[in-house]
Design a protein around this ligand. Structure first.
Ligand code: TEU
Length: 574
């Protein structure tokens, strides 16, 4: 069982972690693309949020077909982002601020420009070079793909090699043809990842967010996927393929990774390293337990709250499962409300159907075209934020949520970059709308402070266009406003340190009656009002009788004791 006092905890069990999408964070060279130096120049902002670590989206050399999730070389830094020396300087600066760095590790696939894949293309069928990937002959006369698997971002999962007359094999790419899947049963692949761990741990990184855990590891025979129901969307077919999702073969990979990590720790006393699994095991707590066994991941993202409608029953369920896992196994949840793959929360929770319990399925809330009220969405996301800052476990914030950024929905087709948009011929808009470069100030000539002008004074267009009103969300604007989202994040971070971190690393859902969601964590009681009306709590209730309100998502309304404003969260402490 994990410790019950802060002193016994590993740093990553209750850390505040800030996700930096490097391309969109801050540009130090004026080319319209974020970079490592840009991050260095903005560490004060991250410090002001009280963070413990930064998770960097992939910043390895990459042709950027999937913005870094197509890695061409796992041992370097992408040239648009800087150099290894810049990276080392970032590590050193971050350490001055007591901030650790987590890298994003992409084991499921690499880029088609990776030297191993290039060598495989040149090599013969059956060669050692091809055995590191999934090359197979086509069905029948070879013109049909080896099986019926679909790619996660549209189209077949198989691409035919057609640059040689005598060849014609096919290779597997679970996401796109630019991202060939590794075969992790191959000894070279195992050694490759062991070397990657060693290389980045030696530089000083504190761990990895491990990408696309679900489809890593395949049934060895690659059988046809059974027919799927008509209700399964085109981008969901992969995720219900029993031969490539949550496979036992994946566990072998994670055990290997964990033992590599632990052998490093043994050789380097004092290092406390971790891996957090990115996998959508929503409402499937048994899977979370499987993947966070002591010989696999330290943590797994709990995406249930992120996908939850703004509704009591769904929120309670999104809390209950992770609490049960924590209380029974000691594995602390990794809470998150946003990431670079999902529509931003202010937009999601502002939708007219955000309160419907059924809107959680198949990511419906993000896909819903219902009318949006951004003010309501912001209020609800404040309440969600105040909730997660009180919970046991780690919090993963995504850049820009502290500014209350909404999703940008109207990016012109010509500017869209996400392969999801292009591979579905625009049927799915993809994820560009949550990746727009950050606004730091209101200066239009520097893309709202995103870009530092180049030596000749020029400023390139940001890689994705920013909306005209983006300055309203800028850091500088928020700093002048004590009711801003930024102020909520800063005060929530302080309140977390004062009232929440000191509590035990366990919690339970309470029955407070009314339409309220209640959570008790030691001496702290958190109350969420997910309704459209203020609700008076019973201050004589046994859970609340000795408690006083200490933090609220709506600070201006704290003066009405015992009343939880509509769409808000209040903490009570004894
Ligand atoms: O995402 C894996 C994953 O499950 C998501 O693809 C998700 O299904 C999709 O984004 C929903 O829109 C990871 C990365 O987070 C993502 O950015 C990459 O594109 C993907 O892996 C491929 O590496």
């Amino acid at each position: 069982m994990a410790g019950n006092t802060p002193l016994q905890r590993h740093w990553w069990q209750d850390a505040l972690i800030y996700q930096v999408y490097v391309r969109s964070f801050a540009d130090s060279t004026g080319d319209g693309i974020g970079d490592i130096e840009g991050i260095r120049s903005r560490l004060d902002h991250l410090d002001s949020l009280g963070i413990d670590a930064i998770w960097l989206n992939p910043c390895y050399p990459s042709p950027q077909q999937d913005h870094g999730y197509d890695v061409a070389d796992y041992f370097g830094i992408h040239d648009e982002y800087g150099t290894l020396a810049d990276f080392d300087a970032l590590l050193a600066d971050a350490e001055q601020h007591n901030i650790k760095i987590l890298m994003d590790l992409v084991p499921s696939h690499c880029s088609n420009e990776h030297e191993w894949f290039q060598a495989a293309l040149l090599a013969e069928p059956g060669s050692a070079e091809r055995a590191r990937f999934y090359f197979r002959d086509g069905k029948g006369d070879g013109n049909e793909p080896p099986n019926n698997w679909r790619a996660a971002f549209g189209g077949s999962a198989w691409t035919r090699v057609n640059d040689r007359d005598d060849d014609g094999q096919w290779y597997l790419g679970t996401f796109t043809p630019h991202q060939p899947d590794f075969d992790h049963t191959h000894v070279d692949v195992k050694q490759h990842f062991a070397d990657i761990f060693e290389f980045w741990f030696d530089r000083g990184v504190a761990g990895f967010r491990v990408d696309a855990v679900a489809p890593t590891g395949k049934h060895p025979d690659l059988p046809d996927q059974p027919p799927v129901g008509a209700d399964v969307g085109i981008l969901d077919i992969t995720w219900v393929n029993p031969y490539t999702v949550f496979r036992p073969e994946g566990h072998d990979v994670w055990r290997e990774f964990r033992s590599t990590l632990e052998s490093y720790e043994l050789r380097h006393p004092g290092r406390d390293l971790m891996m957090v699994a990115e996998a959508y095991a929503v409402r499937r707590p048994e899977l979370v337990k499987e993947f966070t066994q002591p010989d696999q991941f330290h943590q797994m993202f709990s995406f249930d709250l992120m996908l939850s409608p703004w509704e009591k029953g769904s929120i309670e369920l999104a809390l209950r499962d992770p609490f049960e896992i924590l209380n029974s196994t000691g594995v602390a949840p990794a809470w998150t409300l946003n990431n670079h793959d999902i529509q931003r929360i202010v937009t999601r929770l502002g939708k007219a159907d955000a309160h419907l319990p059924e809107s959680w399925t198949n990511n419906n809330l993000a896909l819903s075209g219902a009318a949006i009220d951004l003010e309501l969405g912001a209020r609800r996301s404040r309440a969600m934020t105040a909730l997660i800052f009180a919970l046991p476990g780690s919090l993963y914030l995504y850049q820009g949520e502290e500014l209350g950024l909404p999703e940008v929905l109207d990016i012109p087709a010509d500017y869209r970059e996400d392969p999801i948009f292009h591979l579905t011929d625009g049927a799915e808009v993809g994820r560009d709308g949550c990746r727009i470069p950050l606004p730091w100030n209101t200066d239009v000539s520097t893309s709202f402070g995103f870009s530092k002008p180049a030596a000749d004074g020029s400023v390139g267009e940001p890689w994705l266009p920013q909306p005209a009103g983006w300055g309203a969300y800028a850091l500088a604007t928020a700093e002048d406003d004590d009711t801003s989202m930024l102020e909520l994040y800063r005060t929530a971070s302080d309140a977390r340190a004062e009232f929440a971190i000191v509590q035990p690393l366990r919690a339970e859902v309470l029955d407070l009656g009314h339409d309220l969601v209640g959570v008790r964590r030691g001496g702290l009681v958190i109350v969420v009002n997910a309704t459209m009306q203020p609700v008076a709590v019973d201050l004589e209730h046994p859970e609340l009788s000795i408690a006083r309100p200490v933090f609220s998502s709506e600070p201006n309304e704290m003066h009405t004791p015992g009343v939880i404003p509509a769409n808000s969260t209040v903490w009570f402490a004894s």
